[in-house]
Structures are given as C-alpha cells and as structure tokens.
Design a protein around this ligand. Structure first.
Ligand code: ATP
Ligand code: MG
Length: 403
C-alpha cells in the first residue's frame, strides 16, 4: 500500500498526480509479477501474483518519486477471523517491538462495526497472540492498521518511508548537465524527485580522450533505474572544440569558455526537447569555476533558468546522498572527460566580464555551438515518462544510437 502526501493536491491536480504516480510504480515494478495497481481511499494499492516478489518490489517502490511511505498490507474479506489472522501475521513481521496499538479506519463501507469496535476486536486477538507485549495508545513501537474499504479489509504493520517528492512527469522536462562526477548525478536525482523528466547531456573529451566517461554516465542512469527512468542520454564529443578553445584563448579563461559553450549547447538541446530549464551540480565555491563571478560569467550565455540544487550543500552531504541513490561508487571511478582535458595550471577564479567577452570573441563560438549541436549523439533507455522530440526522431538513423 503506497501512501503519498496530499498537501496541495486538490481537485483535478490530484487525479493527474495519482495517474502519473501509478504509471511510475507500474514501470518501476515491470520486473515483478504485478497483478493490479489501483486507488483505494487516498492510497495506491499494488498487488502481486507471486508473494516472493513483494519484498524486492517494496524496496523499489520506496525509491519512486512521489511515494511518501510504503506499507506491507494483507488483503482479506470482512470475516473477523480472516482479518484477525492477517493482523497477527502483520504484527509478527513488523520487527522488534515491545508496545503496539491498533488503528482502524473505515471508508465507504456499510460494515456494521465502528472503528472503535474494530480496534477493540483486533486488539483482543493480538493481545492473545502476543501475551508478553503491551498495548500503548501513545507513541507505540508498532501500529497495526486496519482499513475497511467496501467489502475488503487491508491490514498492515510494517511500514517504511519513501523518498517523497512528486512523480516523474508531473513537473515538466529539464536538461541536466551530467558529468560522471559525484555532484551532477545527485542534482539530476533531486530534480527527478521533484517530478521533472530529466534529459541528461554529457560532454565527452572524445576524440581527444577515451569514451570511458560516457559509459560511466550510462552506468549512473542504470543505477537510478528502475525507480527513476531516464529515457535518453545525449553525448556531445567535445574534445576537438576544447582543443580549439585552448589554442585561441588565454589559458586562465579556458574553463569559462568551455562552460559557456556547454551551457549554450545544453540550451539548444533544451529547445529541441521542449525542456524549460538547465540543471547543474554546482556547489558554491567548491572548485574554481564555481565562484559567484564565474557562475555569472557562464550563466549569461543562456536565457532559460539554470537550476543548481546543490548550490548550498556541503560535499559530505552530497556524498551521503550519492551513496543513498547508488551513484557514488560509479562516480569514484576516474575517467577523463572534458573537465580534465586541456586544464590550465591557474584557472581564473574571479573572472571579469570584459576579459570574458574579449576571450569569447577570439574563436567563432556561434559556428562551434552549431557544429556541436549537429554532432550530438544519443543513447535511449527504457522509460515510461520520457517522450522523444519529433524533430530528432526524424534524424534518428543519422544520429543514434552509438554503442
Ligand atoms: P560533478 O561532480 O558533477 O562533476 P564538479 O564538482 O566536478 O561536478 P565542475 O567540473 O565545475 O564541478 O562541474 C560543475 C557542473 O558542470 C557539474 O556538476 C555538471 O552539472 C556540469 N558538468 C561538468 N562537466 C561536465 C561534463 N563533462 N558533461 C556535462 N556536464 C558537466
Ligand atoms: Mg566533474
């Protein structure tokens, strides 16, 4: 039984949200024997035809954005013996506990017993089955929930928090700048958790470097699945252009030039995709390119909003999140990407806009951006929420897929 936060989800909004959440859960559980996903009285009920799938599916569903809590529920009819037995089973699976209570609710039912009657009835059964445990109304270790909906009774005790947020697809589309480093996978995950369909764009150092970082990006996408399904990874072979920039521009401004080109290309891909923002993993002051001056010097090349969900996070917090979402180990594998290529010994940390503009005019940036957009490649993955843009679909054979 999946619980979600209903705050702010009223009227039409709510039905829309529930539909997307149900689709995400179905997609995330495609490997399991789902028999049905339905709404019951403010919850989503996911049923399986093979009992042995339930515990693995439970862990997957917890990670699906929009899921506030998941409970392992038993479904019975309205026979007191039946739901009493389910309550004993549910409580015995709830882990170590000393105290418990029963919390019954009725919804949309003609069942003659009131919630109070049910609490008492099931409470007695449990007291008999667990004679050394105590009933405690306030703050018990475990609550056994009994939910009567029409002709059915659902009983659950084991319940774990989910990742929360909003279901992917409920908040539009964003392009995320994905390196194989620690930060940007976390930034991508955060936007997905707020309901955005994320379309990652990776700048590879190819052909000046190997393509290892491209495979790491694919591994990162695989690690986020099946709870978060990214449908397409764009890869921009950037090495030759970086070389051109490094030859044309003062070395201390190279990084800013690379990044301006990256942002501009990302904005073009966002337009093609119908994405309304760019997302990066920048964290204030973390490295030379992430000072306020440098962020400003890069940001000015684009018109759409740039989101930096990690701007105020410490590295340790970001690492903890990367571990929790399963991307940390992949990000620790070193691979040369465009960040390691043609790096100056002393990058500018407080770029002056005049100098930046002068350097920007030292190479034909318009032609370079155009060329990179034309050279973009992509790799598609299984995803229920991503819809590819028509414009590129027509060029599919020409552009994709590599590898
Ligand atoms: P990360 O850990 O995400 O690589 P970082 O600490 O290495 O970040 P930078 O190299 O300054 O920091 O990159 C800042 C942001 O720019 C990254 O979080 C990412 O969003 C984007 N970025 C950096 N390199 C690439 C790349 N090769 N391809 C796509 N985006 C990139
Ligand atoms: Mg990096």
């Amino acid at each position: 039984m999946v619980h979600y936060h209903e705050v702010g989800l009223k009227g039409k909004n709510r039905a829309h949200f529930e539909r997307i959440l149900m689709d995400s859960i179905k997609a995330a559980c495609a490997a399991f024997s789902i028999s049905c996903v339905t709404r019951i009285s403010g919850h989503i009920l996911v049923t399986f035809s093979r009992a042995e799938d339930v515990s693995s599916a439970f862990e997957v569903i917890r990670k699906v954005p929009g899921v506030a809590r998941v409970s392992l529920a038993y479904h019975t009819n309205r026979e007191p013996d039946e739901y009493g037995r389910a309550a004993i089973r549910a409580l015995s699976e709830a882990g170590v506990f000393e105290t418990f209570k029963v919390s019954a609710k009725r919804s949309n039912t003609d069942y003659p017993l009131t919630s109070m009657d049910l609490n008492r009835q099931v409470g007695e059964v449990l007291c008999e089955a667990f004679p050394d445990k105590k009933v405690k109304m306030r703050d018990p270790d475990v609550t056994v929930n009994v939910l009567v909906v029409q002709g059915s009774v659902y009983v659950y005790a084991r319940s774990e928090r989910g990742v929360g947020g909003l279901p992917v697809g409920s908040a539009g589309k964003v392009v995320t700048l994905l390196s194989s480093g620690i930060d940007s996978p976390v930034a991508t995950w955060m936007l997905a958790r707020r309901g955005a369909v994320c379309v990652p764009v990776h700048f590879s150092g190819r052909p000046q470097t190997a393509d290892t970082s491209e495979y790491l990006c694919q591994d990162i996408i695989a690690a986020l699945a099946p709870a978060i399904q990214i449908g397409r990874l764009y890869v921009v072979p950037f090495g030759d252009c970086q070389r051109e920039i490094s030859l044309a521009c003062p070395s201390d401004l190279r990084v800013i030039m690379y990044r301006r080109v990256m942002y501009a290309v990302a904005e073009r891909i966002a337009k093609i995709e119908g994405a309304k923002a760019i997302v990066t993993g920048e964290s204030l002051g973390q490295v030379a390119s992430q000072t306020l001056e440098n962020i400003m010097a890069v940001n000015e090349v684009v018109d759409i909003p740039v989101f930096r969900p990690l701007i105020g996070s410490d590295k340790q917090e970001i690492i903890a999140r990367a571990e929790a979402i399963g991307t940390y180990e992949i990000s620790c594998e070193t691979a040369p990407d465009c960040c390691t290529l043609f790096m100056p010994r002393k990058p500018e940390t407080h770029a002056k806009l005049d100098a930046v503009h002068a350097a920007w005019d030292l190479f034909d940036h318009e032609a370079m951006i155009e060329h990179l957009v034309d050279a973009v490649e992509y790799i598609d993955f299984e995803s229920g929420s991503y819809k590819p843009p028509r414009m590129l679909r027509e060029r599919h054979d020409e552009l994709a897929p590599r590898g």
